[in-house]
Write a protein that binds this ligand. Structure first.
Ligand SMILES: [Zn+2]
Length: 439
């Protein structure tokens, strides 16, 4: 299938794009898969194939009819926000909000919103909201996509079809006053920025990039009803600073997750010293998005689940300080540790605490910090291992587990993947001026 990606200039957010003057079309036959199973198909180096790198697209024809129809609006949740405040900022009429809150099939007071998350609303030509969608935090390591729509004048849950698509997003920016600001303006979501900073943290500090430095990044995006609703892994990144270019490539090791390697196949980040658990039977749920075609649900799992018998030892995977110990909603008995760089790890559903492992206590990598259980909202004994950096969830595998060395055959696969990725990145590098839109 042919997939079109629109690159934005570094100072124009994609979400507010009005007209595309120049566009680059890329096709990734192995990547642009409509998700039909229980989860997003795994990407492998073999499946990553570029059919066409560059194609001129004609100017899109915009008819009066299209301009008059509905459009999606995105709004970022601020600290202390609630749904009403967000909808007001979105320009939703007071009438419409009251109507929505009154007729909504879900208890809007129960919804957990998180600062930084995006709420999308579809607004019709008369300013009335017809659809709202966002992730509601279940407080047990899962988020559920809430999609509500007005059908025949009544608000109802309207995921009647899991019409999703996974596509890679390519962004390239020249750093202006700050790398974070430049990436944000290019439409790179906060979780991708957070992960990017962390995977290169052994090499340089992303926040200290200077004006004129370059960042190119390729990452997975999940679209639902034409809206980017979630991101997956960073697939590749290329950063030029102080005359040196650093490369990072994602290599998937299976259910336990993937890691980043440089152009020579060396681990980009050392990662943590050990596993968070003494032993486990299997990874019962990896990090990321789950699509359930029968129940018609879209869930985000914010950690890695390790199935293990109750009583199995939970270990500190790295040195840290206990920052939380106690009951935590759906997570049940929980321990949290704070590590360097503001990284925080969470261990949920424990059956028992370890005496002396209290808030403020320093722990060493390998210390026992709890025992596996099934407390809180849980279906069986397992450890839910979660990582947050400045409040943002990231895939533990990429930053907070040991980075395995690549076997010879893996190295060969990585080389192939690297070659394909470089061709894609070259399309960006080769552009003398990136003018992709016009106001
Ligand atoms: Zn979990």
């Amino acid at each position: 299938m042919m997939t079109h990606y629109f690159m934005t200039t570094q100072n124009k957010p994609l979400r507010k794009r009005r007209m595309i003057a120049t566009a680059i079309a890329l096709s990734f036959s192995g990547l642009a898969l409509a998700a039909v199973g229980n989860e997003i198909p795994k990407l492998s180096a073999e499946g990553y194939k570029i059919e066409r790198v560059l194609q001129e697209l004609p100017m899109p024809k915009i008819s009066d009819k299209q301009l008059g129809s509905s459009y999606w609006y995105d709004e970022e949740v601020q600290t202390g926000d609630n749904l009403t405040l967000v909808l007001k900022r979105l320009g939703v009429s007071e009438n419409s909000i009251q109507n929505f809150l009154k007729e909504s099939p879900i208890d809007t007071k129960m919804l957990q919103l998180r600062a930084g998350q995006i709420i999308s609303a579809r607004v019709d030509s008369t300013g009335n909201v017809t659809d709202v969608q966002f992730f509601s935090d279940d407080d047990n390591g899962e988020r559920n996509l809430v999609a509500i729509g007005k059908i025949n004048g009544k608000w109802s849950l309207n995921i009647d079809d899991i019409d999703t698509e996974t596509m890679p997003s390519l962004r390239s920016v020249v750093v202006g006053t700050s790398s974070t600001g430049s990436l944000a303006q290019a439409g790179v979501p906060v979780e991708i920025r957070t992960n990017l900073r962390e995977i290169f943290s052994d090499k340089f500090d992303l926040d200290e990039l200077k004006q004129g430095d370059r960042i190119s990044i390729l990452y997975e995006s999940l679209y639902f009803r034409g809206q980017e609703i979630a991101t997956g892994n960073i697939l590749a990144a290329e950063i030029t600073t102080s005359g040196k270019t650093y490369y990072g490539y994602y290599f998937d090791h299976g259910d336990s997750g993937g890691n980043f390697y440089d152009e020579y196949g060396e681990s980009l980040k050392k990662g943590f010293d050990g596993q968070p658990i003494e032993s486990f039977t299997r990874i019962s749920s990896p990090y990321g998005i789950r699509l359930h075609p029968v129940l018609k649900t879209i869930k985000m799992h914010t950690g890695i689940d390790y199935a293990a018998p109750a009583g199995t030892k939970i270990l500190a995977p790295s040195d840290g300080v206990v920052s939380f110990s106690g009951w935590k909603g759906g997570y049940g008995n929980t321990i949290m540790l704070t590590h360097e760089n503001g990284m925080e790890t969470l261990y949920g559903h424990m059956s028992a605490y370890i005496s002396g492992v209290n808030v403020g206590k320093r722990v060493k990598a390998g210390d026992v910090i709890g025992l596996v259980g099934s407390t809180g909202r849980s279906t069986g004994p397992h450890l839910h291992y979660e990582v947050r950096i400045n409040g943002q969830h990231v895939n533990p595998a990429t930053v907070a587990l040991p980075t395995p060395k690549l076997a010879a055959e893996d190295l060969a696969a990585l080389k192939k993947y690297q070659q394909k990725t470089n061709e894609t990145m070259a399309a960006v590098r080769g552009l003398p001026v990136m003018v992709s839109q016009r106001d």
